[in-house]
Design a protein around this ligand. Structure first.
Ligand SMILES: *[C@@H]1O[C@H](CO)[C@@H](O)[C@H](O)[C@H]1NC(C)=O
Length: 259
């Protein structure tokens, strides 16, 4: 491609990176940094660089959270080249490029077992395969009360501990922020998921139970999705995040105690 054309493409894509939004930029495990898909850059690099989280189209929310784009983000759910080796019980740091102050909401992380321990052939877009292993939502006594605001104050980083008893194998680690700032309008909730590919090399003997289906489980009329932020903030309604309960074998939340 001519240098001018490629510069124009990069400029165009930077203009589409709306301020306040964000994406998972890297993953840190046991002192090693692993890059996720670099939004606005990796699309223009040939050959495709080795990344450890699946491609995202941009840094915005999933345009329709009832579609297949909700599974691993709106990047086509294309398996990445890299898989991160770790052990059950390890704590992973999920590092966002940035996180905007007005995008308050819950943060959660799910795991799905890749069929045949092969994430290169697994999409996770059908069946009850997603098991929530971590969640923080709204605690009126917390400083700050909302999980995503805590993420921002932690330098746009979030910690998740892999369940200590989890059986070895390959899994997708699906980390997600739900921005509720315009969730008072039906389909206004902003989901920002990402899928990191991990290989648990040592662990226990517990298989994941049945979980939820994505797409499927996020109902546009769920009170955790069609929600008015100001009512929650004023104590008029109690907030319950979507996606069900955290798995009983999950480790304590590594960021802060719930809710
Ligand atoms: C999925 O995301 C892509 C990229 O943003 C978009 O072009 C497409 O329309 C989305 N599909 C649905 C069903 O929303």
């Amino acid at each position: 491609m001519a240098p001018l054309a490629s510069a124009a493409l990069i400029l165009g894509s930077l203009a589409s990176l709306v301020a306040g939004h964000g994406y998972l930029k890297s993953i840190t495990v046991n002192g090693e940094d692993y890059l996720a898909w670099q939004v606005g850059q990796d699309d223009y690099v040939t050959p495709t660089p080795v990344r450890y989280a699946r491609k995202l189209a941009d840094n915005g929310p999933v345009p329709d959270f009832t579609s297949n784009n909700i599974t691993c983000g709106a990047g086509g759910n294309i398996p990445a080249e890299g898989v991160i080796d770790l052990k059950a019980g390890d704590t992973v740091s999920l590092n966002w490029d940035q996180w905007g102050s007005s995008h308050s909401g819950p943060v959660f992380t799910y795991l799905a077992h890749c069929t045949n321990d092969d994430c290169k052939t697994f999409k996770g877009d059908s069946g009850d395969v997603w098991v929530k292993i971590e969640q923080l939502a709204y605690n009126p006594a917390g400083t700050p009360p909302w999980a995503s605001d805590l993420l921002r104050e932690q330098g746009a980083k979030w910690q998740v501990t892999i369940p200590p008893t989890l059986a070895p194998g390959e899994y997708l680690l699906r980390h997600e922020i739900l921005g509720l700032h315009v969730a008072g309008v039906r389909m206004g909730a902003q989901f920002y998921p990402s899928c990191t590919q991990i290989r648990v090399t040592e662990g226990g003997s517990t298989a994941l139970p049945a979980g939820i289906a994505l797409p499927g489980a996020y109902d546009p009329d769920d009170a955790g999705i069609l929600a008015e932020l100001w009512r929650i903030n004023q104590g008029q309604v109690t907030y319950t995040a979507p996606g069900g309960d955290v798995w009983s074998e999950a480790a304590p939340n590594a960021n802060r105690d719930g809710p």
